[in-house]
Design a protein around this ligand. Structure first.
Ligand SMILES: C[S@@+](CC[C@H](N)C(=O)[O-])C[C@H]1O[C@@H](n2cnc3c(N)ncnc32)[C@H](O)[C@@H]1O
Length: 239
């Protein structure tokens, strides 16, 4: 990956062998006992793994040393809407170098691969990337999976990409603040970007352009509703 002279390896998480081993075992257990694989309701072109037992599975994750909620164990509405957006206009993504920040379960990354994007998927969760790599292999898609915490990434790194996408990252304040700052940088630099806004608490509301909205099926046990409106947004120049 050409990142303007910055070595992405230095920005990746230095995972030790023991934590990789545990993450592999956790993903195997997820696939064996908790996950179902079905055509995605908004993107039936792709199959997705999800668990209907998010809270129970989270408790299992803690046993494997993973205290964070297992966000990667389901497709979030933002990722689902982004995947639909990509599949609807393949010509805008084919052949481009694309970064999926906080890829999670990876439906949007898989959609990008399907339409011929050259994809780098980043997540802080090694389990997420193990699952995505496995899925990409099943489909025969090449993908670069980078375990990293992008909160501290220098902005220059983003210049190495034609396009950056972010699915459902406005749910936590520090994460949302950094994601918004990155979007502003991309806008200033003229780098293409799309973020999905599932109307979460910390979403950016100023200098935002809505490209399209989707009524997106969600898991009622997690979102307390059956559908959510998700907007695909871009940041415009600050006013
Ligand atoms: C709500 S999930 C969204 C996943 C996916 N984009 C989707 O829409 O289905 C948020 C994802 O961001 C990842 N994440 C959170 N903070 C991060 C950070 N600082 N660096 C990299 N990934 C992060 C989480 O591990 C999780 O997979």
């Amino acid at each position: 990956m050409d990142c303007s002279g910055i070595d992405p390896a230095k920005l990746s998480i230095q995972s030790d062998r023991a934590s990789r081993f545990l993450a592999r075992r956790l993903v195997s257990r997820y696939l064996r006992e908790y996950a179902t694989c079905e055509a995605d309701p908004l993107c039936p072109e792709l199959k997705a793994y999800n668990t209907r037992f998010f809270s129970e599975f989270w408790k299992i994750c803690v046993e494997y040393g993973h205290r964070e909620p297992p966000y990667w164990s389901i497709v979030w509405p933002g990722g689902r809407a982004l995947a639909r957006f990509v599949l609807d206009q393949p010509q805008n993504f084919k052949g481009h170098k694309i970064l999926d920040l906080g890829c999670g379960n990876g439906l949007a990354s898989l959609a990008l691969c399907r339409v011929g994007g050259v994809v780098t998927a980043v997540d802080v969760s090694i389990a997420a990337l193990l699952l995505l790599r496995r899925r990409a292999r099943e489909y025969g898609y090449p993908i670069d999976c980078v375990p990293a915490n992008f909160l501290n990434w220098p902005d220059e790194l983003f210049r190495g990409f034609d396009l950056v996408i972010m699915g459902d990252l406005f749910y936590e304040e520090p994460l949302a603040k950094r994601a918004t700052a990155i979007l502003k940088f991309l806008s200033r630099e003229g780098i293409a970007h799309y973020a999905s806004d599932a109307l979460r608490l910390y979403r950016p509301q100023k200098d935002v352009r809505t490209v399209v909205s989707y009524s997106t099926p969600v898991f009622p046990e997690i979102e307390s509703v059956k559908e959510r409106t998700v907007q695909i947004i871009q940041m415009v120049q600050e006013t």
